[in-house]
Design a protein around this ligand. Structure first.
Ligand SMILES: O=P(O)(O)OC[C@H]1O[C@H](OP(=O)(O)OP(=O)(O)O)[C@H](O)[C@@H]1O
Ligand SMILES: O=c1cc[nH]c(=O)[nH]1
Ligand SMILES: [Mg+2]
Length: 210
């Protein structure tokens, strides 16, 4: 499983804002939006393009467009904060939605929404979720996609724990991961350390559990 760590200086400053406990929800959402732009930009570097003729005000030339725009799948809630930035860079993309809430006793994901095309054969998919902790949520999500025939999955997250990466690797599911950081470990509540807390709560409110 390929893992790309995007450690561009401007990505690091946005990640720092997200980690900082003093950052309020509005600033957290703004940093996530900007960081997502950078992650999607790097994740799509190898995307196939097709050429088509255009005319500048001066003369005809060759234009380029993404040959097969990916389906974007934010994992609710926290992935919602990445969807606007991804869709802005990939305006021809369509979107699917998966809603998962991790049980904070068992750390297993509970699914509450699955809105995906029935057949994903031949369609690349970009999954958006800021946090890869135990990997249970993203394994569940990627399995939904692979069960629908998808063979080209890119998971974009802000932070990845080594434990989550190992779980995804061990799942044998076809995917690559693009992240801004591989953090040190999980704590005894399965939160990423040093992490940034609960990415859903920091965007949308909620009670701290870490
Ligand atoms: O790798 P895991 O151990 O499965 O944990 C990661 C999941 O936890 C967070 O969502 P959460 O369940 O808190 O839901 P939320 O987005 O509604 O806050 C996060 O956005 C991931 O989906
Ligand atoms: O550190 C973590 C782990 C799971 N979910 C989060 O939002 N943060
Ligand atoms: Mg949460």
């Amino acid at each position: 499983m390929d893992v790309l760590v995007v450690d561009h200086p401007l990505a690091r400053t946005r990640l720092t804002a997200m980690r900082d406990a003093r950052t309020d929800s509005a600033a957290f959402r703004a940093a996530l939006h900007e960081l997502t732009t950078m992650l999607v930009y790097e994740a799509t570097r190898g995307a196939d393009v097709e050429q088509y003729p255009i005319e500048t005000p001066v003369e005809p030339t060759t234009g380029f467009r993404v040959a097969n725009p990916p389906l974007l799948v934010p994992v609710l809630r926290a992935g919602l904060g990445m969807s606007d930035a991804a869709l802005a860079l990939l305006p021809e993309s369509s979107m699917g939605f998966v809603g998962l809430a991790r049980d904070e006793e068992t750390f297993e994901p509970r699914a509450y929404l699955e809105s995906l095309p029935a057949d994903l054969t031949g369609l690349p998919v970009i999954v958006l979720d800021p946090m890869l902790a135990t990997g249970g949520s993203l394994e569940h999500c990627v399995r939904l996609l692979v069960d629908r025939g998808c063979t080209d999955v890119t998971v974009i997250c802000v932070l990845a724990a080594p434990e989550g990466l190992a779980r995804l690797r061990g799942s044998g599911l076809p995917m690559r991961v693009v992240t801004a950081s591989i953090d040190a470990r999980l704590n005894d509540k399965a939160f990423i350390v040093p992490g940034l807390g609960d990415a859903g709560d920091r965007q949308f409110g909620g009670m701290p559990r870490f």
